[in-house]
Structures are given as structure tokens and as C-alpha cells.
Design a protein around this ligand. Sequence first.
Ligand code: MN
Length: 235
Amino acid sequence: MVQKRPIICITCRVNSDENVLSLHYAQAIEATGGTAIMLPQTEDKEVLSSYLSLADGLLLSGGGDPDSLIFNEQPHPKIGRVDPIRDQMELCLIRQALDQDLPTFGICRGAQMMNIAMGGTIFQDIPSQLLTSDVNHSQQGVGWYAAHTIQIETNSALYLAAGATTSRVNSFHHQAIRDLAPGFVVTATATDGVIEAIENPNHTFAIGVQFHPELMWQRHPLAAQLFKRFLDATT
Ligand code: MN
């Protein structure tokens, strides 16, 4: 008999007419006991609902910049390439998933999209909009390397995963969460105040992290624990 493994639906990037997902996300899910399914880009909300009906959890992967228009701002000169169809697809998935209390895990862009979907905003470019930042959030070099420190709030699911009030994480983002969506709390910040993790304590598992645990899980217990707790929340 085939053992039931939680099904985790993962959103992906789109390059021209190809759907693209870094294997690291699927490998982290597989190694933690789940089955990864990549969701092809679609604008059909009925299809999206159908995917969620199959899913035991939703994983929002990293990627390009969210379009500023989805949080009612004009595009900053430093905004990168946007993908309006991906934006709409993820807004729809996130709202439905949280409405159903489906475990939802946002990574980098995914954390930002969770915040935007539920009413928050982001800095479109940290170096030009958060002038007090003195931390490099766009590290060079290997992906698993934990380049900067984060401070973790003790009263949080992230703290339970980390088991400590500080940790180090990798960092590949020029944007960050600005105004927090209602119901969410900040659970980790970098030393410059940049928000590195959020969660909604009213849900079974609704966590967004600005770092990339899918690149770190083989070397960093916090990253492995996040995937474990995400999968545990699906059962
Ligand atoms: Mn960072």
C-alpha cells in the first residue's frame, strides 16, 4: 500500500511560455515527507479552487517583484520585472487557502504576496526606500550561506522552529514587507529593522519568511524545522 504523503501545491515562475520552479522547493518537500505538485500558471479561478481541493498545503515560492498596483502604488523606478498573471493567481490562492485554514507557507516573494493578499504593503526597493538600512539583503555567493542575523520574537511559531531568539539566514531580496496585513504579526527582523518573517496566529500554519529555507534545510536546523512544521500542520 502506498503511504499517504501530504500534497503540497507550489506556485512557480513563468518565463515566456514556460513554467519554472527551482527544484530546491520540491526537494525540501519530498525530503520532509510530502509530495510536491507545481501549479501551472492559470487565470481560471475554478481551476485554482480545484487545485486547492487536492492540496494539503500551499507553498508560495520566491520569484520576481509583485506589481505595485496590487497594493495601490505606482511602480518605483527600481521595481523589477512583474508578472501580473502570477500576481492574480497567487492573490486568489492565498485568500482561498487562508479562508479554508489550509496550511500556507510563503517564501521570499511568497511572504510578501501573503502580506499583500491580506491587505499589507511592501517596500518596492529597500536601498532607496529604507535609507536607514545598513544590511546587505542581496548577498553574493552560495545560496545556503546564512549571511545575516535575525532577531526572533519568542511568542511565535518561528521561535518554536528556531529554538532561539537569534538565528542567521540567507538573503536574496531587494524588497521587504512594509505595512503589515491585519491579523499578521512580525516574528523576525534583521538588525536594520527589515521584516524577515511574519505569521498569522489565528491560523493552523500561516507563515511567511523573507529568507530561503529551501536552500538551507540540509545545513540549518531552523530551515529544516520550518518544512517539518509545515508538513506536520497538514495532517
Ligand atoms: Mn534579508
